[in-house]
Ligand binder design. Sequence first.
Ligand code: PBG
Length: 327
Amino acid sequence: MSLNLPQRPRRNRKSAALRGFARETHLGPEHFVLPLFLHDKPENEAIGSMPGCFRLSQAGVLREVEAALKEGVTGFDLFPAIAETQKTSDGREAYNPAGLVPQVIRSLKREFPEALVITDVALDPYNSDGHDGLVKDGKILNDETVEILIMQALCHAEAGADVISPSDMMDGRIGAIRGGLDAQGFTDVSILSYCVKYASSFYNPFRDALASSPKFGDKKTYQMDPANVREALRELALDEDEGADIVMVKPALPFLDVLRVVRDSTALPVAAYQVSGEYAMLKAAALNGWLDERRTVMESLLGIRRAGADMIFTYYARQAARWLKEG
Ligand code: PBG
């Protein structure tokens, strides 16, 4: 039998050529930012809960960035694993000009000036309490933390960072950091705000990688409640007013609806972070033979783009760039 259907959407899917013309979303290596874990040791070290990811030595970072650039990945975000002995309750290692991050920024910008170097601004890797802010009597202090974040941002800017990326969720930090940078003449240094960052359970492998888990409690008094979306608009309005250049939604896959709302509510570029737990889930299923890694990773990244991300932070950046090249 034949149905009387003037409209048959399948006609636009009947060949690869037609599907090509009808495709609405495109993915390319220019959309990816590769997060890099650093440590101050001579060898790269595997990260147990993130197979395929490493804490990189200083030489290892240079090799990784060189290889990624050849594959078309142009953005890099730096996360340091700091020795327990260098962690203090005031997090002062965060703005040590001779620290690991400023050293790596300098060597990267010297060797690969074309690479976009993004740095994470938050105290958790440096703070003996494992929180993104200073702790007093079990409370995370806001304004006192922001003062230190300004010093950390300046330290990264002086070393040559292209983009400063505050991931701490303290109130008012974007404006304060913008003011601090401008006062020192760093008007060209961009701010990518972790604007809409949820108190998610998908960050655990990252905290393993940096040994940066909070020593007590959780991050719910500063990171957002996963139940909320209107609150994202409030954070967005504030960060836009305070001078953010790019805004991020994080994590990505469990928050695609939030990404769409943010995309539709701002003229700024929007970033999304496919976080460590998203990577670990895909990797674990792939290693068990339960999912086809290439297809599920590319479908996830495409979904994140379709939902509105201009920029995707992903541990799969290099692999995805290679897959795209293979076609
Ligand atoms: C720290 C920071 C975190 C991530 C990026 N910056 C962890 C946290 O907030 O606890 C998570 C990234 C990931 O899970 O891949 N400020």
